[in-house]
Design a binder for this molecule. Structure first.
Ligand SMILES: Nc1ncnc2c1ncn2[C@@H]1O[C@H](COP(=O)(O)OP(=O)(O)O)[C@@H](O)[C@H]1O
Ligand SMILES: [Mg+2]
Length: 352
């Protein structure tokens, strides 16, 4: 080759990146047909790009049905995208093409994730695959110790353990193969508050010790905020705002993100007693979403332009992206009650 080599455009730094999701789309066909006889499609994940580095946690929040678990299934290779790509692990391999072991998952219900006929030590050991017996025994012991489970519990069956112990077994099983990335989908949601706090602390400690990256999915903003370095708010299959955790505390710009955050007053420093933003309208449907901004029908500040033209996800500062025609116009200090006839709690529908 002669002459000067051109650098790739915007030569992006991929060092330490263990998850690279590029324009991922997942549609599900439904049995329903429209008036024109077209098959309705659920736009469960509709053009999502995210990147995550080793040792970091990306939190995904949003109402039930916004596509969090579907995105999680794409990240773990349990499902293939309709289009787009998902690359995982330190070598950034396509998740559908032999990325096995680089990504592990922990789900909400540990009892159904564990084989009831196997003692829990065997369940953890099974995740390890082909290593010699002595090494396997040592690593299972280490995994039990890492998650704070007494070794003696290994001979028990899942139903003989508490929910918190079962979830520790699932975390041990996810960790033992030393994955680059662990997906945690509502992993603490079925635990009571004090157990939740213990497991979140455990996850943070394990991340410091192992450098494993986490994608932490929850409808519970409080839990997500505690463990995340950056957060993405999803609405009807799309990211509407993504921000580093500190920007999430101070400067959210998307009206939906502001509304979501306003339902959790007092968890962010110095914000006791902030007003709630009450959203109007129906809980959203991801079936054939409208052409303009998907949040417009419930947005307190939407205008005709918002209804007609879909906003792009635009970067406003490093790592902070917003999909809104009027970013920052709805703030917590200038909260707008969209429907003054609605009183009391925020009407966000779903689990939030
Ligand atoms: N296998 C499937 N077939 C059809 N629709 C699905 C399937 N899985 C999820 N969906 C739909 O996709 C949307 C997103 O679901 P999901 O990813 O489970 O949301 P979340 O985890 O945020 O609650 C919902 O409308 C849901 O009904
Ligand atoms: Mg889910």
């Amino acid at each position: 080759m002669t002459g000067k080599q051109t650098l790739p455009e915007a030569s992006e730094d991929l060092r330490d990146v263990v998850l690279d999701v590029h324009d991922a789309v997942k549609y599900f066909r439904t049995r329903r047909t429209s008036l024109r006889g077209e098959r309705a499609q659920v736009h469960a994940v509709d053009g999502i790009s995210v990147r995550l580095r080793a040792g970091r946690t990306l939190g995904l929040v949003g109402e039930s049905g916004c596509g969090k678990s579907t995105l999680g299934r794409l990240i773990t290779g349990l499902d293939t995208p309709t289009s787009g790509s998902v690359q995982v692990g330190a070598e950034l391999r396509d998740v559908t093409a032999g990325a096995g072991g680089r990504v592990q998952a922990v789900f909400q219900d540990p009892a159904s994730a564990l084989d009831p006929r196997m003692n829990v030590r065997a369940s953890v050991a099974e995740a390890l695959g082909g290593v010699g017996k002595a090494e396997r025994e040592q690593r299972v012991d280490d995994a039990f110790a890492a998650v704070g489970l007494p070794r003696e519990l290994g001979s028990r069956y899942p139903h003989q353990l508490s929910g918190g112990q079962q979830q520790r077994v699932c975390i041990a099983r996810a960790l033992i193969a030393r994955p680059d990335l662990i997906l945690l989908d509502e992993a603490v949601s079925s635990l009571d508050a004090s157990l939740q706090a213990q497991v979140l602390d455990l996850l943070e400690r394990l991340q410091r010790e192992t450098g494993t990256a986490y994608v932490f999915i929850s409808h519970d903003l409080r839990a997500v905020r505690q463990v995340s370095h950056s957060m993405a708010v999803m609405y009807l299959g799309q990211i509407v705002e993504e921000a580093p955790a500190d920007a999430f505390d101070r400067g959210l710009l998307h009206p939906y993100a502001v509304a979501l955050r306003s339902t959790e007053p007092g968890i962010f420093q110095g914000e006791e007693g902030i007003e709630r933003v009450v959203l109007r309208g129906e809980p959203p449907s991801a079936v054939n979403p409208p052409p303009g901004c998907r949040f417009a029908p419930r947005c307190p500040i939407a205008d005709d332009g918002c209804v007609q033209v879909a906003p792009e996800l635009a970067e406003v500062s490093t790592g902070h992206r917003v999909r809104c025609h009027k970013p920052g116009e709805l703030t917590l200090t200038r909260a707008v009650h969209a429907d003054s006839a609605t009183s009391g709690a925020a009407d966000l529908g779903g689990e939030l």
